[in-house]
Design a protein. Structure first.
Length: 541
């Protein structure tokens, strides 16, 4: 039975690898004018549904079969053989029913419920576009859930940046004399809560910085929306967060009690604790952010969009990407590597897997949910500590019981790799700002053709004479800026290649950790099914 599950797992991995290779092949070597059966095969097999299907086969075949194979009837025989061979002093058992105490289904139910609350109920998605409904918000929330499942620290990073962006907005409006502008107003604005509607241009949402500019320049009146009106639109923020807080508090206390009484914990519970740690951080940052809002506030300026742009001058004449007010968001500072890297990933997903998570219409009709605002540079040591703590939580399971020695080795390898990859990517982010001579491409206005050293110019002329090198140069240029955005979004190859390598290692490690959380339930120590004796921990009469 176990051998069959391993065979199914290997076949699923092979199908997934073939799908990825076909996707990359169709991305880099196929053209839009090419058609036919082979081209259709590449597009179909390289599509995301096909890849997702193989991943599901990989998880379901290997997880369910190996867990179910350890039935209660096999436990006694397993215990007898283990004791007879004297291979271990820890008795283990497979699937255990729950009527007599804590069973396998109780462990799964508790962890799944807690992770679901951490990845779904605490998310605060932005307002949908005008004309969109509830299911559009559900689909975008599922998108953030997938991100949170593979990396809950990404959701925390998103909330962390949004929190400091809202704080800065409150300070900016207070400097103009609008003391009634709160951090809740700033969150509401950055969610797309204020929509600008002019006579000569389609309506589009404003960010808090763009609204601050329009109010400062007297293009629009200061919004009369007060904080109570925003909270009144909030549907279930307080109730959902209270339920989530109670569940994660009880789960954390139970894990602490098990550790205090030397009762075994599962890797699934340890992973859930890591989710809880990131959820505490994101919930704190989103404490004043509204949840599940659908109706924006329409702002009508006294002038037209042409008048707003004409008053700004030459800076407003630059090509815009999302809205005509993009010039408000442009600064002379370097772009944040995290934001550039995330845009690179989305561009690759769009081209390779035909997945587009960003608004297609221009001007954009809604603010994307995965836009990472850059936090202050002084907070990066705090971010490193939080990310490191998240990775260290799973390293705690270094000596946890796992069914085989190979699985224990892989658990140690992947948890350590996750921690190392997080810290290395953050160091690379810092390095882009500490070494300006290496990353001049991040400075707006930098021209590689004019500033390239002589050896690079010679390499370009040499590459132009060789078709293979010329093709590699075009491939490198496409990889550096697949979204074909502003030149300052170009990623140097010396930073792109390490990020791709460590990002791939992180993704594979996280995939194995989630897989091991499921398959390790087939063989757990007997103490994992014992409940915490709370009466022994607290004094009573």
């Amino acid at each position: 039975m176990f051998a069959m599950s391993v065979l199914l797992f290997a076949m699923s991995v092979l199908l997934f690898a073939i799908s990825v290779l076909l996707s990359l092949f169709s991305f880099f070597f196929s053209t839009s004018s090419r058609a036919g059966t082979s081209h259709f095969f590449l597009r179909y097999c390289g599509s995301m549904p096909f890849s997702l299907l193989t991943v599901l086969c990989c998880i379901s075949c290997f997880s369910l079969v190996t867990v179910v194979q350890s039935s209660p009837a096999q436990n006694a025989e397993l215990h007898r053989r283990l004791v007879k061979r004297n291979e271990t002093s820890t008795l283990t058992q497979g699937w255990t029913p729950s009527p007599q105490g804590r069973g396998t289904i109780d462990i799964i139910r508790s962890c799944v419920l807690t992770i679901s609350l951490c990845t779904w109920s605490t998310l605060c998605v932005n307002l949908p576009a005008v004309g969109e409904g509830y299911w559009h918000m559900v689909r975008r929330k599922l998108y953030l859930v997938v991100i949170g499942m593979w990396g809950p620290e990404f959701i925390f990073m998103l909330a962390f940046g949004q929190y400091f962006s809202a704080r800065q907005s409150a300070k900016d409006f207070h400097s103009l004399g609008y003391a009634s502008w709160t951090i809740t107003h700033a969150f509401f604005a950055d969610m797309g809560g204020f929509v600008l509607q002019t006579e000569d241009f389609p309506a589009f949402p404003l960010t808090a910085r763009q609204l601050h500019y329009l109010v400062k320049e007297k293009h629009v009146e200061f919004p009369s929306t007060n904080e109570k009106d925003i909270k009144h639109k909030n549907k279930a923020q307080s109730f959902v967060r209270i339920v989530t807080l109670l569940q994660i508090s009880w789960f954390s206390m139970n894990c602490i009690g098990r550790a205090a009484q030397n009762l075994a914990m599962t890797t699934l519970e340890l992973t859930t604790l890591a989710f809880i740690f990131c959820t505490f951080g994101s919930s704190f940052c989103w404490l004043h952010k509204p949840m599940d809002l659908e109706t924006p506030v329409i702002l009508t300026p006294a002038t037209t969009m042409s008048g707003i742009l004409a008053r700004r001058g030459d800076r407003a004449n630059e090509p815009w990407e999302l809205t005509p007010l993009d010039f408000v968001l442009r600064t002379d500072k370097k772009e944040w590597l995290w934001n550039i890297g995330w845009s690179w990933i989305l561009a690759v997903l769009k081209d390779v897997f035909r997945m587009n998570f960003r608004p297609k219409a221009r001007p954009m009709e809604r603010i994307p949910n995965d836009d990472f605002p850059q936090p202050p540079r002084r907070t990066f040591p705090l971010l490193a500590v939080i990310h490191g703590t998240y990775g260290a939580i799973q390293v705690i399971g270094w000596n946890f019981h796992l069914p085989t020695a190979t699985e224990r080795f892989l658990w140690r390898l992947t948890t350590t790799s996750t921690l190392v990859c997080i810290l290395v990517i953050m160091l690379l982010d810092q390095y882009t700002f500490l070494s300006p001579s290496l990353f001049k491409e991040f400075v707006p206005g930098y021209s590689p053709e004019q500033n390239a050293p002589p050896i690079e110019k010679h390499h370009e002329s040499w590459a132009g004479k060789h078709p293979v090198c010329k093709g590699l140069s075009r491939l490198a240029a496409r990889m550096q800026n697949p979204a074909k955005r502003h030149p300052k979004w170009k990623i140097p190859m010396r930073i792109l290649i390490p990020c791709i390598i460590f990002g791939a290692i992180y993704t594979l490690s996280r995939t194995y950790i989630l897989l091991e959380d499921a398959i390790s339930l087939r063989s757990l120590p007997s103490s994992a099914y014992e409940t915490v004796d709370w009466s022994a921990m607290f004094p009573h009469f």
